[in-house]
Structures are given as structure tokens and as C-alpha cells.
Design a protein around this ligand. Sequence first.
Ligand code: NCD
Length: 350
Amino acid sequence: MIRHLLSAADLSLEDATLVLDTAEEMSRLTEGRSVKKLPALRGRTVVNLFFEDSTRTRTSFEIAAKRLSADVINFSAKGSSLSKGESLKDTALTLEAMGADGVVVRHAASGAPYRLASSGWISANVLNAGDGTHEHPTQALLDAFTLRKRLGELAGRHIVIVGDVLHSRVARSNVLLLATLGARVTLVAPPTLLPTGVDQWPCAVSYTLDDVLPSADAVMMLRVQRERMNDAFFPSAREYSRRYGLDLRRFSLLPAEALVLHPGPMNRGMEITADVADDERSVIVEQVSNGVHVRMAVLYLMLAGAASDGARDERRSERDQVNGAVSDGARGERDQAAGASDAATNEGAE
Ligand code: NCD
């Protein structure tokens, strides 16, 4: 299994299938039981490092880690003036000193989890819980899990993703993962809400929702991310809903078995009407409960065994190699010494 989960593209078909199968196992082992805890990550420490608002993703990771008996620390940067660069480094060094085994990070800056994973500051496994407008791989995994549970194997299925693709890390991760799983994806959005270079993505693009719905096995509605919009991307909310919202009339264009997904939080009345959101073919609440099992699977596959001394030493030496490569020899030596609690640490080296 991979060391860090930064992008849905990190997952091969085998990895992705292993995560989905393990999530099924997690659900089987815990659902309907009065004691939902498994001892798999006892003694491991998982840090939830959230620099951006979140309800469902943070709690989902927290419940998942707790159900695996890990110790969980929630570190929220809300309200502080933490910025990128040095501050992220200082936070990372603190987490390393505390002995974090896994760091789940959400950050408004695209690429922050990469920085954390590749800079040599920490030896923990890094899980991207959403970075800027870039990626949100566990959301894509839980969406795929939800789809697979309802539709069976996803190869050849047609999944339609609608709305604010430009600002959506969910859309990008979904396109990548669904392509790996062999599904056919169509993005539907106004031209202003599609990123440049989308023609290079492994999917089709359409501007007309009504044309695409009749052939969809599932339609995933994206939230209009007004907090990321610093410009007018469409004439008005009403105009957006009229052209790209999923209402009952459009819902009736879908095949009888087709599903409706939304990562939440929803703008009811904007991208989706309340009657569609609450229909029994909408699996939005199911996505949330599946999210816990998928995150249990990812944490288990990445962290189980990771706290053993051997594995920790291995990760430390890997980290030190990175340090050696990115910095001068003196800094590499210092970190190596720090990692091994060597009394000969030369604090003044840098
Ligand atoms: C998504 C996110 O934060 O990217 N939500 C989530 O993780 N549940 C999508 C969104 O905010 O619209």
C-alpha cells in the first residue's frame, strides 16, 4: 500500500480495489454491533490537522481512527494566523516531536499535503483531506464505494459530475479515481466553471445537462463554492439553477435506477432541489456513513504496523534521506541525530 495518500492518482487499480474491499470488511465488522471498536490501530496516534472549516470530513476521520482504537488529536488552525511555509514546517516539527503516526491534513492551499509529505519534516503517513481546489482523494473513494455498493462493478458505468468543477477538489479526485476503476465520466458545467486544461482529463465535457442525464448511471452534484469565487462566474443564482440545477423535471430524465450523489454540504435550492435531495434514489446520507468505513480502511492499510519500532526507524531514515537531498549535509545530520535521540546532536549546525 502507498505511503502517503495525496492524490487519487496515487492509487493503482489494485490499491483502489484493496481500499474498497477493506472498507466493505470494516463495514461488515462494525455495522449493527453494539461495540464498534476494533483494536487494529491501538497505540498509534492520528492527528487531524485542519487549516480549513470542515464538519463531515474531520468528524469522519476522527470516528474512523477511534473505531480502530487509535489516539486522535484534533488540531484546528481556525482563528490563528498560521500561514504556509515556515508555519506549516513548525507545526510539522511539533507533530513529529509528539510522535504522530498519521497526519490527516486539510488546507486552503493546493499542494500543502505534498509539502508536508515530501519536505522531510515528518516521518508520519500523510493523508490529504482536501487541499484548496486540488484534490480530496478519500471523498472520491467513498463516492466510489457508495456507487459500487449500489451499482456493482464500476467498469463501463457512466457517471455524470455537475457544477462548479473549477473550484472542486472532489471533481478532480473523482475523475481520476473513476477513470482508474474503468468508469466513463462526463463533466457538465458552464464554460466559466471548468478549469483550463480540462480537455486533458480522462473524461468527456458537456455544457448541456439535459443531453447527458438519460444515459447516466449516477449523477453527482457539486456545491457551488461561493467562498472561493472572487468574480462573477454566472449571471445569477436563479440562472445557474435553471441551467445546471437538479430539479424534479431533470430527475425524471434519468434512467429509473440512476443514483444521485452530493459530497455535502448542499446548497438546497441552488444545485439541487430539496425534493430530489430527499428522494430515495439520492444516496447523500449513505455517502456520509460509507465515508467512515472508507477512512477506516485507508487508515488501517496505511498505518497498521507503522508504529512498530522497525517501521518507524525505516520511515525516519526515509525522512532523513529526503532531508539529505533537499538540504546541506549538516541539516541532514542534525535531523538524523534528532530522530535517533543521539546525544551528539549539533544544534548549531544550521
Ligand atoms: C467537499 C470539500 O470540502 O471539498 N466537502 C466535503 O469534504 N464533504 C465539497 C464541498 O465543500 O463542496
